[in-house]
Structures are given as C-alpha cells and as structure tokens.
Write a protein that binds this ligand. Structure first.
Ligand SMILES: Cc1cc2nc3c(=O)[nH]c(=O)nc-3n(C[C@H](O)[C@H](O)[C@H](O)COP(=O)(O)O)c2cc1C
Length: 181
C-alpha cells in the first residue's frame, strides 16, 4: 500500500509498476463498446472525441463516468462547460470512432463522413444515429494519473436499436485469431 494520504502511487515506486506494454496487453483484453464524448466549446462549436473508458456508476441517482486524458482538448472543454454528451456507436460506425480519435481531424473530413450532431433538451450536443445518447452534467471530477475521471449525472437518454461497435485488443470487433499485443 502506498504511504501518504490514500491510494495514489508514490512516484519513487513507479519503477515497480507494470510497464505501459504490459498494462495495454492486460487492459486490451477487457472488451468494451466505443463512445464519442461531445461538448460545446466556448466558441459555440461542437467538439467530440472517441472514448472507451466509459461505464455506468450508479442507478439512483443515474451516474456514469468517463476518463479523459489531460492532454485531450476535450478535457479542457468538459472542465469548463461541466456538461458532456455520450454517443454509443453502432457496429457500422467504426469510421466515426477513427475520425474522433484522429488529432488531425477537420471540418472537411467531418463533412465527407457525414458527421451530424443533434442537441439534447439541455442543448448538449450528441451524435445523430447512435445506438444510445446520454446527456450528462458533471457532479464530480478526480484525477486518476494522467487522466481525469468525470462523473456525470444522466439528465436524458435516447436509445435506438442496433449492434454495438466493439473494441478488443486494440482492434474493432472480436476475433480469436493470433494477434499482438
Ligand atoms: C477506441 C478508442 C478509445 C479511446 N478511448 C479514450 C478514452 O477513454 N479516454 C481518452 O482520453 N482517450 C481515448 N482515446 C483517444 C482519443 O480519442 C484521442 O486522443 C483524441 O484525439 C482526443 O481528442 P481531443 O484532443 O480533440 O479531445 C481513444 C481512442 C480510441 C481509438
């Protein structure tokens, strides 16, 4: 157990921890869905990023969490706006996942891909035609290493029918063939 105030690892113990490759190999074996986290920027533009570090937290009240890298532009926008949208992607929306993970993405590429937003009742932007949309209001945020865990209270949901986009071992879909890592 780390010394000090709680569970944060001591910096001098970092060398005892698993390597990034070991960490990715283990966590990559936890299959997940894929979401796009959306937020309105101070300039009134829609901004989105792909995230699979998303899960349910509580039923009463309805809470979810998403872990956002401190280097992501989305991190700054959520910290400022205190609201975010979640769009759960369908199997056929792999291109959207790649688009919203690309640091070089631009309006032209969004147009070519047919990216379309819709506002939830509060005005929070979400993606159209997703498997599910959630409108979240930030009720808690805490640092988790190089990410922040944003806990959001879910104000509204929209659900649709379809097959989810899955992510497993760094790839979309589930295959049991040999792969790295
Ligand atoms: C399948 C997949 C899942 C991802 N999950 C996360 C995540 O949960 N949290 C995160 O901070 N970045 C995640 N990323 C990386 C971000 O999408 C990527 O860094 C993005 O460019 C950040 O955009 P921004 O800087 O405009 O906010 C993921 C990428 C992919 C392809």
């Amino acid at each position: 157990m780390a010394s000090g105030s709680g569970f944060a690892p001591d910096l001098h113990r970092m060398t005892d921890l698993v390597t990034p490759n070991e960490f990715r190999a283990a966590l990559g074996r936890f299959a997940s869905g894929v979401t796009v986290i959306t937020v309105e920027t101070p300039a009134g533009e829609m901004h989105g990023m792909t995230a699979n570090a998303f899960c349910s937290v509580s039923l009463r009240p309805p809470l979810v969490l998403v872990c956002i890298d401190h280097l992501a532009e989305t991190y700054l926008h959520i910290r400022e706006r205190r609201q975010f949208g979640v769009s759960v992607l369908k199997e056929e929306q792999e291109a959207l996942s790649e688009f919203f993970a690309d640091p070089e993405r631009n309006h032209d590429a969004a147009y070519r891909l047919g990216v379309q937003y819709r506002p939830m009742q509060s005005g929070t932007p979400v993606l159209q035609n997703a498997l599910a949309n959630l409108d979240c209001s930030v009720v808690n945020a805490c640092d988790g290493g190089d990410h922040t865990i944003f806990v959001g209270e879910v104000k509204e949901v929209i659900v649709a029918e379809g097959i989810p986009l899955l992510y497993f071992r760094g790839r979309y879909g589930i295959s049991d063939g040999p792969q790295e890592p």
